[in-house]
Write a protein that binds this ligand. Sequence first.
Ligand SMILES: [Zn+2]
Length: 364
Amino acid sequence: MKETGQCPKCGKTTPNKGNRLCAACYWVPRAQHSAKLQLARLEQHWTQELWRAFEVWLLRNFSPYNAWKWMFPSGDAFAEFDERFSSAQDMTTESVLSIGGPEWLRKHGYVSRFLAYTKIVDITDRQRNEWAEQRRVQDILDASRDENRQILNAFIDYCQSGRGIQSKTLRVYLKAGQTFLQSTKTPIPEVNEKAVTNFLRRHPGHRASLFRFVTFLRESGYAPKAAVPKRTRKYQSNYSERVIGRVDTFIREFDATKSVARKRALGAATISETLGLPLEYCLRLKREDINLKIQPCEVRIQKDWYSCAEVVDRLIREVAQLDLGDDRLFPGKLPSDTLSAVGAEYHVKVAFKNVILLKEEHEF
Ligand SMILES: [Zn+2]
């Protein structure tokens, strides 16, 4: 039994032995003191009011320790506002961004969350993540030289044309491309399926993310013979423990769930995992892209036909029985789109959670 104590100030039970102050009684006065010092730096009435609101918001929404820790650096951001703007109306997304760009706002994460919360400046978490991803993409480019950098730049243009791509996905593809360029010994114009096979033997984790880059090398003419080797259909013997574990989880949840959306998501995830192709491509499959006349069935992705593993065959046939009128295998909510990769990944996460719960139940 762990010993506990009592806070001498508020009487709350604390995890510390003896009569030590609880976290709130210890950190809140320190945070408030820090806030007072910061307040003294501000000259305009409206920034002082805004600072007080920030202090309350910070103390109410975060742990007393974090409130104390962030009070002081946040004061710097408010001092900038005090110096640059003459009223809250002057604060717009553009004017705040002009202080130090997205980097500055990311550094003052609590302040930008507060500004979003008060609707003074509408900067969402999503935008901040977007900026972070753009920064990482830039870092990858900065780490590449000369011809490699040129190729990667052209690859970014290629990814951004047409359908559009999420920044995170773009970064993952770019990283795979960069790793490939750095480590392949074959001159780029001569890259072929064998060169890609050699690379994947050393970097099996890049398989799905490299697909787009290799397609780009071929289509753009950098390497006309570039191709990702197809996986063989022998399931168990050719796959890593990790892939087998994931596929087992998908199939278990596929059989357990009654949700049609989840069945579809897991069907697509299983195809993606066993063929080693990006999930977004698998989600775009149409009925004309599956050949159910043979066993195991075949699917067509980017003009290539792939023979499916036996374990996937049953799932594809079951999914194909849903919504027979629709020409898409994994329809989304709108008539024109398919299930999104983000949506499908959500179901994958749920599958992992459920399978773990199931295992725990069996243990007791
Ligand atoms: Zn206390």
